[in-house]
Design a protein around this ligand. Structure first.
Ligand SMILES: Cc1cc2nc3c(=O)[nH]c(=O)nc-3n(C[C@H](O)[C@H](O)[C@H](O)COP(=O)(O)OP(=O)(O)OC[C@H]3O[C@@H](n4cnc5c(N)ncnc54)[C@H](O)[C@@H]3O)c2cc1C
Length: 317
């Protein structure tokens, strides 16, 4: 027996020939990338490579892939626009399943909009305005996909996804379709049951109301101007880094703790809006994570309030 043959093959690695071969049977080679830099896919613009990055082209491909990944118990992560996500500098040892342009159809049917999970909220908002449908204005400036917004119950200016969602089509870990009504989605502040149940969103139906096209457009413009005025949009970030703690505003607590502009390497607490941690240039994911940790420690020490990250953090740091 040679020395090599005494080493068991790493069947469980997503990079094993066995696994890759099977995935290549399910998904065309052109939709699979190996060692894909995640900095190109998240709005923080940091992060190492994902071992495997798959952009399925059809729901059928998606269902078989999800079923297989669960069957063989490999780690995977569903990616939308990456606008609420931090990936470690040493990347992600698993499969990224990217739901983007290939799932971005938007259909308007009377006062309903059916959007593929990969459709951008800005595009859905533009369609809503075009068809004189009101209710989506608050979400026009949130830089994510419909799928990501459902998972996070994204919201702004006093409204959130739960106010306008009628139903959501998902894929279960068995690769089966499951349609859930809004009341079954367990919506709460920046959460839904999607992540806990390991569901993948494929389509969202929004129910809006008839309105006046000019007023809808005006409101969207007003809210966009507000964002530009208050948020550090010139720098890469993932929006508000922390959830709003009960009875407080994260940004105010951070400012009052004297952390405005607090910096480690290329990551800093924005001076424009202390709730945002920004990449001011060549930040590493570790810099961002360190700033998050220091902000949490200092706010806890000073005000006895535990700040919980709103952003998702994955991978090796
Ligand atoms: C400048 C800026 C401003 C922002 N302003 C706001 C704001 O006002 N309000 C707000 O709520 N958020 C805001 N955000 C955060 C972010 O845009 C939202 O949370 C958005 O909904 C995330 O969507 P995404 O497609 O980027 O999701 P991602 O960041 O790709 O993923 C977020 C989570 O959703 C999951 N996910 C994504 N797609 C799917 C899918 N199809 N099926 C299952 N799971 C999926 C991921 O696994 C992950 O857990 C802001 C971010 C930035 C950068």
């Amino acid at each position: 027996m040679t020395a090599e043959s005494t080493v068991a093959p790493d069947w469980y690695s997503v990079m094993s020939e066995f696994f890759l071969e099977y995935v290549r049977e399910l998904i065309p080679e052109s939709d699979i990338k190996l060692y894909e830099p995640m900095s190109a896919h998240i709005t923080f613009r940091v992060g190492g490579v994902a071992d495997i990055f798959i952009t399925p082209s059809s729901k059928k491909e998606l269902c078989t892939l999800i079923k297989y990944l669960n069957l063989v118990e490999r780690d995977y992560f569903v990616l939308g626009q990456g606008s609420n996500l931090l990936v470690g500098d040493h990347g992600y040892r698993g499969v990224i399943v990217h739901i983007g342009k290939k799932f971005s159809d938007i259909r308007v049917e009377e006062n309903r909009i059916r959007a593929g999970a990969g459709a951008l909220l800005s595009k859905i908002a533009a369609e809503a305005a075009e068809h004189s449908l009101t209710g989506f204005e608050f979400a026009a400036g949130i830089p994510g996909t419909a799928g990501g917004a459902i998972v996070m119950n994204a919201g702004a200016y006093g409204r959130e996804m739960s106010d306008i969602v009628e139903s959501v089509e998902t894929v279960t870990t068995d690769g089966e379709y499951l349609v859930l009504k809004a009341s079954e989605l367990g919506f709460g502040y920046r959460k839904s049951i999607i992540r806990d149940e390991k569901l993948l969103v494929t389509e969202v139906t929004f129910r809006l109301e008839e309105g006046d096209k000019a007023s809808i457009r005006k409101r969207m413009e007003e809210l966009q101007n507000k964002r530009m005025e208050k948020q550090p949009l010139k720098f890469p970030s993932a929006g508000s880094t922390f959830k709003r703690p009960d009875g407080y505003f994260a940004g105010k607590l951070i400012m009052d703790a004297g952390l405005s502009g607090y910096r480690i390497g290329g990551a800093a607490v924005s001076e424009k809006h202390c709730g945002f941690i920004i990449n001011i240039g060549n930040a590493s994911a570790a810099d961002i994570l360190d700033v998050i940790g220091d902000v949490q420690d200092k706010v806890l020490e000073r005000f006895n309030v535990a700040l919980e990250p709103e952003i998702c953090i994955i991978g090796d740091f």
